[in-house]
Design a protein around this ligand. Sequence first.
Ligand code: AHM
Ligand code: MG
Length: 283
Amino acid sequence: MDILINSIKEAVLEISKALKYADLSYSNHQNKTGDTQLKLDVLSDEIITKKLSKLSCVKALVSEEKDEALNLNENGEFIVAYDPLDGSSLVDVNFAVGSIFGIYKNEIKPQNLILSLYSLYGPRLEMVICDKTPILYRLDENSEFKKVRELKLKEKGNLNATGASQWAWSKTHAKFVKSLFDEKYRLRYSGAMVADLHQILLKGGGLFSYPATSDHINGKLRVVFEVLPFAKIYESAGGKTSDGFSKSLFEIKIDKIHQTTPCFFGSSYEIEKMHTFYGKNNE
Ligand code: AHM
Ligand code: MG
């Protein structure tokens, strides 16, 4: 596992360098979810693929930017699922973006997710690595990731990040979001889940949600390489997750590698409050 984590760190460093100077234009291809790929999405995917393909412990790679799983070593133990550059449409405005990784043992099932990692390319380069508890690392002047601290969520926060178009929200979701603002929650939403979830996690609490909408009834965010890696991190930090109805995002059944789901991540208070709205008035 250490070899795998080190290779991911090397890939993250390389992506961070590419972000500074590489071409910001679009390619001619769409990924499986229909997004036109930026050249940077493709380059980040290639950097990760090149690094991880060298490892005999890697059974397969599953990427947001690949239509199918890339099978590597039949006897490998780990399937690495990743979003190579989350929030990539924000690189042109110079916002923070990141890479998200979920390491599954033998087979892609929620219970088999044994390690989650993400990087955040902001003013500093940071990584969070979580097996049992999420730990924050920051790159130092010698290009080494140094441990900063363990991350824990409080019972309740005061930030609210909710995605998608408001015209497409359900009435239930709109009422729930309003109830948080009525409680003096403050709006924080950049459009890169990796940066928005990182902010809530480091500030100690709040809610991030990407609900089901009238145009996308299963939400937008992808289960295998976006939602479950963060669900592990939030639950390990003492928070809670749900798809709006479930007790945890880990209850989900995975049928397809590019499957999406509505998702809620937060401290206990916000998720419990969400259930009081979604449980009663489902309209
Ligand atoms: P990406 O992986 O193609 O960058 O898309 C995922 C991103 C998330 O990071 C973010 O939370 C969401 O899409 C934003 O979508 P919206 O603008 O609909 O709120
Ligand atoms: Mg993404």
